[in-house]
Ligand binder design. Structure first.
Ligand code: GTP
Ligand code: MG
Length: 465
């Protein structure tokens, strides 16, 4: 078994979100404060005694800050069952334990973090606007890091982007003993308990979470317990639910456990009900996490793609398009022979040779990428292939634009149709592939988008001839 000091996850991989060290050393601040006092006295020509006095004042301020920090730490739950976590992550083999909070917008993920830290580490939204836009990691202590994520329910396009980024984070890895492991160990799905609608939660589970992390690593917690019965039956004096609300919450936990099993096929541990806003049952949320720390590191998820089928459909599209390109090229040469219009059609024919070469290179890159689905650099490979397709399509546009109109008429509709269909097939098969590659970064998606746009441009150009 590796010792804790043996493997830290920090500083590995390429995080899709920032991390914050929420545990800075105030002791250091204290000594800096005392030095500062001496410096100020010294630079303003004051005596040694004044320097010492100022140093003392700054020192007292520093000590006060340390004490406040200590109290905050005690309140912040940063020591809560720390030894248990320590023991379990040691057995697991790397630290810290990384837990990602995922849920609909407004379910209270950021408020949950603030409640655990007992201070504002994440911005909380108002009731109307989604707040969190980026994924960010917050270090509670050496053994536990919590990740805040943007919630779904923020409009179709934004939801897609958030889902993609969350999935990408679930694919992030770190290295240990020459092996790769998933950075995120557990997912905590935060459900808004004041609302009966579970639609967003199911969508997240089905499309984003389950495809990218083992079901046994999914936990569910039901927040906003204080609002579960429209805000009634919350006892403000004891800051807890009255018996009626307690019974309601028990039923709710059972019902959500059952509904998640039926709708998403996940056998979750019975969810914990809590209120992040009221600070009620926050320890139970941590218990849920700590009691379910996995015994082993997580292997990176497999790419959810049928590589053979993808390669096959891309191949077929390419064949079709190459046929069209070859046809156009030979017609260009024919035209050259018959009309003697040398420079223009010769350059067109050459341009088409270049386009075919680039397309060939791109299809080789694509094949290579598909053969390395589980490689760390897969994303880079696939983006390279798309880049190649893109530049070929752009060159094609320039060539099509440069060809004479009468040549174009002479080249005939059938070849044009082949190119048209080939381009469309290629677009569709790449889009199909992009769908099964839902986790892939924004770069892949924007390349796909520009490929589509460029293709549309070429098609519009061909059609206008
Ligand atoms: N009454 C009550 N309000 C809560 C609770 N948790 C969160 N809220 C409120 O719900 C609103 C949304 O909370 P956030 O923490 O920003 O929700 P979020 O899940 O981070 O939302 P996004 O960042 O948009 O995904 C805020 O107004 C919170 O004050 C709770 O337990 N009880
Ligand atoms: Mg938030």
């Amino acid at each position: 078994m590796d010792s804790l000091a043996g493997c830290r996850k920090d500083g590995t991989g390429s995080p899709a979100g920032s991390t914050h060290d929420d545990d800075a050393d105030i002791g250091e601040l204290l000594s800096k404060a005392m030095d500062k006092g001496r410096d100020i006295a010294h630079s303003s020509g004051q005596s040694e005694n004044t320097g010492a006095a100022l140093g003392l004042i700054f020192g007292i301020v520093g000590i006060t800050a340390t004490v406040i920090k200590g109290v905050m730490k005690m309140m912040s739950l940063s020591n809560y069952r720390k030894d248990d976590i320590d023991r379990k992550v040691s057995a697991m083999g790397a630290r810290p334990l990384d837990v990602m909070l995922i849920g609909g917008t407004g379910s209270g993920k950021s408020t949950t973090l603030n409640s655990i830290f007992q201070r504002k580490v994440a911005r909380v939204g108002d009731s109307y606007e989604p707040e969190t836009m980026n994924i960010s990691g917050h270090t509670l202590n050496e053994v536990l890091r919590l990740w805040d994520t943007p919630g779904l329910g923020d409009g179709v396009e934004k939801d897609k982007e958030h889902a993609r980024n969350i999935a990408a984070k679930l694919h992030e890895t770190f290295n240990k003993s020459d092996r790769k492991y998933g950075l995120i160990d557990l997912v905590l799905v935060v459900v808004d308990g004041s609302n009966r609608d579970m639609g967003t939660t199911y969508t997240l589970l089905t499309n984003v979470i389950i495809p990218n992390i083992d079901k046994s690593r999914i936990l569910v917690a039901i927040n906003q317990a204080d609002l579960a019965m429209s805000g009634h039956h919350w006892d403000e004096n004891t800051n807890s639910p009255d018996p009626e609300l307690s019974a309601f919450l028990e039923d709710k936990a059972d019902s959500i456990q059952r509904r998640v099993r039926e709708a998403a096929g996940v056998d979750i541990i019975r969810p914990v009900c809590y209120s992040a806003e009221k600070g009620w049952h926050i320890r139970e949320v941590l218990d849920l996490i700590i009691d379910n720390i996995p015994s082993e590191l997580r292997l990176p998820p497999k790419r959810n793609i049928d590589a053979k089928a993808a390669a096959h459909s891309v191949d077929a599209a390419m064949d079709r398009m190459f046929d069209g390109l070859r046809d156009i090229k030979s017609r260009a040469l024919d035209d050259l022979m018959h009309t003697g219009n040398f420079w223009l059609d010769e350059s067109f024919s050459e341009a088409m040779t270049d386009v075919m070469g680039t397309m060939g290179g791109a299809s080789g890159d694509l094949e290579f990428a598909l053969a390395h689905l589980d490689d760390e650099d897969f994303e880079e490979y696939i983006c390279e292939a798309l880049d190649g397709f893109n530049s070929a399509v752009k060159d094609m546009y320039t060539a099509v634009d440069g060809a004479r109109k009468d040549f174009w008429q002479h080249a005939g509709n059938s070849a044009v149709k082949e190119i048209y269909c080939g381009l469309q097939d290629l677009c569709n098969s790449l889009a199909g592939m992009a769908k099964s590659l839902g986790y892939v970064s924004g770069e892949f998606s924007s390349l796909m988008e520009s490929f589509r746009k460029n293709t549309d441009n070429v098609l519009a150009r061909i059609n206008s001839r």
